[in-house]
Write a protein that binds this ligand. Structure first.
Ligand SMILES: [Zn+2]
Length: 532
């Protein structure tokens, strides 16, 4: 019975942990995408995807779920256990991720072909996502699910995102049962809509996240009065509030806040202000929030729903779907709110809203989440006077602000509270999902507060849960700087052929909703050309 670490070790993204039980049977806990810059290499999985029988998915965020379609593409045929809400959110988030992968690969291929390099394959495609979704099996919170001989599970609300979970794994081998608990991402308390994190009752071992393992959130404050002040100032100037926001989770929280502002008439001078939600992904995610199980929602949200009201919908909310509608907002001079993705301004519709609004001192750019180093969001937040957006240098005259009091992650105190609430304490704790400072600080703090050995293992490490000893303690492997390789030029005629064939494929894909006769006609022509 072995626990091995193959992702989010001394880093914040790419969560992936391998569990072996009954000598040679394997399951994965999360299979996330590595996002942004990382300092260390992630060790490759030592087993082929077809040997893995199950995936336990803690929640839908891409840094936990984002590589599942590739796992399926590479041969995984097992079952993915998650909550219904995680499954519903994955259906839209993985499809969105696949579209980005396909677009990026097509763009890079175009560039490569121009300089004699090979075309680029997307990491995975929409087709891979379509093969992934039927493998999901939805599990309710709080019920023990017997998965296989010697393996049962229970999902508990982690209060981080709709459907997010901690997972208790009950493993029996050689007549001994071990409870291995995976915290998943632990949520902050008093977030709107969703429940506070619910701790588990007992554990032999815990793997805990440490995103904020070394930090404490600022004094808890109510974000609604802050939001009202931002609206009041900006509207008095005749300006618009532009909010870069993550489409899933944070955007729905904002809708909840705006509804409260309207219902409590906190902005009496302009009660009819409009909020434009300009993100097709956010619109789909909002629909998932509206259909979720009652067990996922906190008391305040349930009370609103019991009165027959919708907690994230209000008069004046306008959802934008098409690019044309989105661009038309540039000509709307009314003071208003525009919420668009991406949350760190790295691509997405927010970029054109920034381009058209950041030069104007009447407007406010309101950040509502963490802005990672090097992102456009961080550059703007840090206070530059001028910034390049969509290829154009634009003056920054708008007010730049940050909504305080919103975070989807527990801070160090919250993580320690979650540990403290485990009735029967674990004999050992492993720490992941945090950079060096955060994972090491939390491990030391857990040992100091609870007297439990706690470590932040490096990628590739392996621990025997039955023997309670390390099998392999891997060492860090720092990422090498990318060396640019000279690629010999290809035959120009060959490149032209590949480019034309790719254009043909794009053309065929564009005919999806055309007449069947037109599709059959083209299929015949292509088949004849390649003699199949
Ligand atoms: Zn998360």
């Amino acid at each position: 019975m072995k626990l091995s670490f193959f992702g989010a070790n001394h880093q914040v993204t790419g969560s992936r942990t391998l569990l072996e039980w009954n000598e040679g049977r394997f399951l994965l806990v999360d299979d996330g995408m590595i996002q942004g810059h990382t300092d260390y290499e992630t060790a490759p999985l030592p087993v082929a995807p077809e040997q893995i029988e199950y995936v336990l998915l803690t929640h839908a965020h891409i840094d936990h779920s984002g590589m599942l379609p590739l796992l399926v593409h590479q041969g995984f045929q097992g079952t993915i256990y998650a909550t219904q809400e995680t499954m519903d959110l994955c259906a839209i988030m993985l499809a969105d991720s696949a579209t980005i992968q396909e677009k990026d690969a097509a763009y890079q291929t175009k560039k490569n072909l121009r300089v004699g390099k090979e075309p680029v394959e997307p990491v995975y495609t929409l087709e891979d996502v379509e093969k992934t979704m039927p493998l999901f099996r939805a599990c309710p919170y709080g019920q023990i699910i017997d998965v296989d001989e010697g393996l049962s599970l229970r999902f508990t609300d982690a209060g981080h995102l709709l459907g997010s979970s901690s997972v208790e794994c009950f493993l029996t081998e050689q007549g001994k049962t071990v409870t291995m608990v995976f915290s998943g991402d632990v949520g902050n308390t008093d977030q709107p809509i969703i429940n506070d994190p619910i701790p588990v009752s007992a554990a032999d071992y815990v793997l805990i996240e440490s995103t904020y393992g070394a930090r404490l959130h600022e004094q808890a404050m109510d974000p609604i009065p802050y939001l009202v002040q931002v609206l009041r100032r900006t509207f008095a100037r005749g300006g618009t509030v532009i909010i870069p926001s993550f489409a899933v989770g944070r955007t729905q929280e904002l809708l909840y806040f705006f509804r409260e502002i309207k219902m409590q008439n906190l902005l009496p001078e302009r009660p009819d202000f409009e909020v434009y939600l300009d993100s097709p992904l956010a619109n789909k995610a909002t629909a998932v929030f509206l259909q979720c199980e009652m067990a996922c929602l906190d008391e305040e949200t349930l009370a609103i729903m019991n009165e027959g009201e919708n907690p994230i919908w209000f008069d004046g909310l306008r959802t934008i779907e098409t690019v044309e509608e989105s661009q038309a907002l540039n000509w709307n001079r009314e003071p208003k709110v525009i919420i668009a993705s991406s949350g760190m301004c790295e691509g997405g519709r927010i970029c054109h809203h920034l381009k058209h609004n950041i030069w104007n001192a009447a407007n406010t750019i309101l950040f509502v989440g963490y802005q990672a180093n090097g992102t456009l969001g961080r550059i703007i937040y840090d206070g530059v006077k001028s910034v390049k957006i969509l290829g154009e240098e634009i003056h920054v005259n708008a007010e730049i602000d940050l909504l305080k009091g919103v975070s989807g992650h527990a801070d160090q105190a919250g993580l320690l509270r979650w540990m403290d609430a485990i009735g029967q304490k674990p004999g050992r704790v492993f720490v992941n999902h945090g950079d060096d400072e955060n994972c090491q600080t939390l491990a030391a703090k857990i040992t100091e507060e609870f007297g439990i050995p706690a470590e932040a293992p490096w990628s590739g490490s392996c621990f025997d849960l039955l023997r309670n000893e390390w099998v392999d303690m891997a060492q860090p492997v720092e990422k090498k700087k990318e060396v640019k390789q000279h690629t010999p030029s290809k035959n120009q005629d060959y490149l032209q052929l590949v480019a034309t064939a790719e254009a043909l494929l794009q053309y065929a894909k564009s005919l999806e909703h055309h007449a069947n006769s037109e599709m059959r006609h083209l299929t015949k022509k292509i088949a004849k050309l390649i003699e199949v």
